[in-house]
Design a protein around this ligand. Structure first.
Ligand code: AP5
Ligand code: MG
Length: 209
């Protein structure tokens, strides 16, 4: 899944994972779980995440390649938030081709910057199970509590407006070039991410078949 911060990559990736019965692999979720558990990786990642900067490629690539080597990824998986730089995409490409594999689709969820800041301030996330809500668009049944696991919902530290603006800047500089990268490989599919979530999902289903 490609797209700006808050474009809906996580929302759509979860729906894809459910429909196709494959794991949802989000580098952001992996980092947040490590921060919550106070691991060394979490401490290191937090330094960058809190500023809206990317975690260095060496660190990110390693955890991602370890994750997709797990047996549950054997029949495929949906990547959310990775790759995010050209070097990450190149390492992934090389690792996959060594396994005789390749990316099937790069789904670009397109949302203009103007919509993003507003969406982010309304987002609430569950740090225990990764479920995502929005105070207007997808409210939990009970305010502040996750419907799925009963844990407390939080406003992510990096969803403050000033950090969101920094994340958008980083997105345009470092991640947007991946649109050309995957277009050149013939796998890029762009969907309108400003539509209602269910309609965005229908557009993605039409692409994936
Ligand atoms: P990450 O967790 O990947 O954050 P992000 O890319 O900034 O994206 P978000 O998770 O904020 O947004 P999303 O597109 O998933 O949107 P969502 O579905 O939640 O990364 C966080 C940080 O970790 C990075 O800044 C970086 O530091 C680090 N990191 C992670 N991966 C890395 C990598 N590969 N390399 C280096 N560093 C890395 O939706 C947003 C909100 O909108 C929700 O409230 C949702 O309910 C709502 N919403 C969704 N769809 C719709 C819709 N269609 N209409 C209305 N509302 C909607
Ligand atoms: Mg996400």
């Amino acid at each position: 899944m490609l797209g700006a911060p808050g474009a809906g990559k996580g929302t759509q990736a979860k729906m894809i994972a459910e429909k196709y019965g494959i794991p949802h692999v989000s580098t952001g979720d992996i980092f947040r779980a490590n921060i919550k558990n106070g691991t060394e990786l979490g401490m290191e990642a937090k330094k960058y995440m809190d500023q809206g900067l990317l975690v260095p490629d060496e660190l990110t690539v390693k955890i991602l390649l370890d994750r997709v080597a797990q047996p549950d990824c054997g029949k495929g998986y949906v990547l959310d938030g990775f790759p995010r730089t050209i070097p990450q995409a190149e390492v992934l490409d090389k690792a996959l081709s060594e396994m005789g594999d390749a990316i099937d689709y790069a789904v670009n969820v397109d949302v203009p910057d103007e919509n993003i800041v507003k969406r982010m301030s309304g987002r609430r996330a569950c740090v225990t199970c990764g479920a995502t809500y929005h105070i207007e668009h997808v409210p939990p049944k009970k305010e502040g509590i996750c419907d799925k696991c009963g844990s407390e919902l939080i406003l992510r530290d990096d969803d403050k407006p000033e950090t969101v603006l920094n994340r958008l800047k980083v997105y345009h500089e470092q991640t947007q070039p991946l649109i050309d990268f995957y277009t050149a490989k013939g796998v890029l599919k762009t969907v309108d991410g400003t539509a209602d979530m269910q309609d965005v999902f229908k557009a993605i289903e039409a692409v994936l078949g």
